[in-house]
Design a protein around this ligand. Structure first.
Ligand code: AP5
Length: 304
């Protein structure tokens, strides 16, 4: 099984500079024009519409699945959601949609291309605080077409508050979209801190490594593009503390919310990424088999 660093990049760098005229500031992330940026992303689907905004078009549209996977990944920062999302994406072809990736991609745009709302959001993110619900929701709502993707989706880092979860439910109910499951990854905080402190990210293609657990072949250099690896600003000890507190306060209550909707799948995030993936996939498949069997039963009863 491929390691995360081998799965391709998360989101790339823009190569363009500002041309003078201010760009749209109504949209949270209004840009859609850099091809090199698109090419740097995931090998299975490029997430252009998600990362760049609603006016972008994905180059790879997954073949429509009979039952597309529509998943949410929950868990504390650094528990390994992004790593698992990449592995699940490989097997399910469902698009990996991370709100953190959208913010980081927008943060690497030239200053004049960032809307005031996005500049404000990036300030929260650097400190480790949650971005306000209104900004996050506007960004997701702009991209709601991605929720209809024929290949399904894996939401990573969204929703993160009860308000966001309720808004998402309302939108999906209106659009007659059904979640398949919500996977909650758990790990003791001491191990989470070690994962975050050792994470290194490629400054160019955004591939993720860990200095001990998933080191690059050459120290400090990306295996894919040989660019420099850096420590994310919010992976510094002072921001990690704020992020973990924000998780406990705002995100942990979502576990009860999704349990009450009978959508929760609990997975211990201990062990290798491959083992965690196996455990996730096995539970999700078992759940799906049960659901299909139930539907067949109901259909048979209706016919009688
Ligand atoms: P976001 O990007 O979503 O960050 P996060 O939730 O804090 O998650 P991380 O990306 O830090 O960790 P992860 O769980 O994906 O772990 P990873 O796989 O990288 O959000 C960043 C910020 O944006 C937020 O703080 C907030 O400000 C803002 N934001 C985003 N969405 C928002 C929302 N909806 N509402 C409000 N604000 C929002 O793994 C971590 C490390 O561990 C890596 O080095 C990896 O190699 C290693 N690793 C992974 N698995 C294993 C394993 N099994 N064993 C050993 N090491 C492993």
């Amino acid at each position: 099984m491929a390691r995360r660093g081998e799965l391709g990049a998360r989101s790339g760098h823009p190569s363009e500079m500002c041309s003078g005229a201010p760009r749209a500031v109504i949209s949270i992330t209004a840009y859609a024009r850099c091809r090199t940026y698109i090419q740097a992303m995931s090998t299975t689907n490029n997430r252009a519409a998600w990362i760049q905004g609603p006016s972008a078009r994905c180059e790879t549209i997954p073949e429509g699945a009979l039952l597309p996977w529509r998943l949410i990944l929950l868990g504390a920062p650094g528990v390994g959601k992004g790593t698992q999302a990449e592995l699940l994406n490989r097997h399910m072809r469902a698009c990996h949609l991370s709100t953190g990736d959208v913010f980081r991609a927008a943060g690497s745009r030239p200053d004049c291309e960032q809307s005031p709302a996005m500049k404000e959001a990036l300030g929260y993110m650097r400190r480790g605080d949650l971005v306000p619900d209104s900004t996050v929701w506007e960004m997701v709502r702009e991209r709601s077409r991605c929720l209809h993707c024929s290949g399904g989706f894996i939401l990573d880092g969204f929703p993160r508050t009860l308000g966001q979860a309720k808004s998402l439910k309302e939108l999906m109910d209106q659009q007659r979209l059904k979640l398949t499951a919500v996977v909650n990854y758990t790990l003791p905080f001491s191990e989470i801190v070690a994962r975050l402190g050792g994470r290194r990210t490629c400054e160019n293609c955004k591939a993720v490594y860990h200095v001990l657990e998933r080191p690059p072949k050459v120290d400090g250099k990306c295996d894919h593009c040989e660019s420099r690896l850096f420590l994310r600003e919010d992976d510094r000890p002072e921001s990690i503390k704020v992020r973990l507190e924000a998780y406990e306060r705002s995100t942990a209550p979502l576990i009860g919310f999704y349990r009450s909707l009978d959508l929760l799948v609990e997975v211990a995030a201990k062990g290798s990424a491959d083992d965690i993936f196996e455990s996730t996939f096995t539970q999700l498949e078992a759940r799906r088999v049960r659901e299909v069997a139930q539907k067949v039963l109901v259909a048979q009863e209706d016919r009688q």
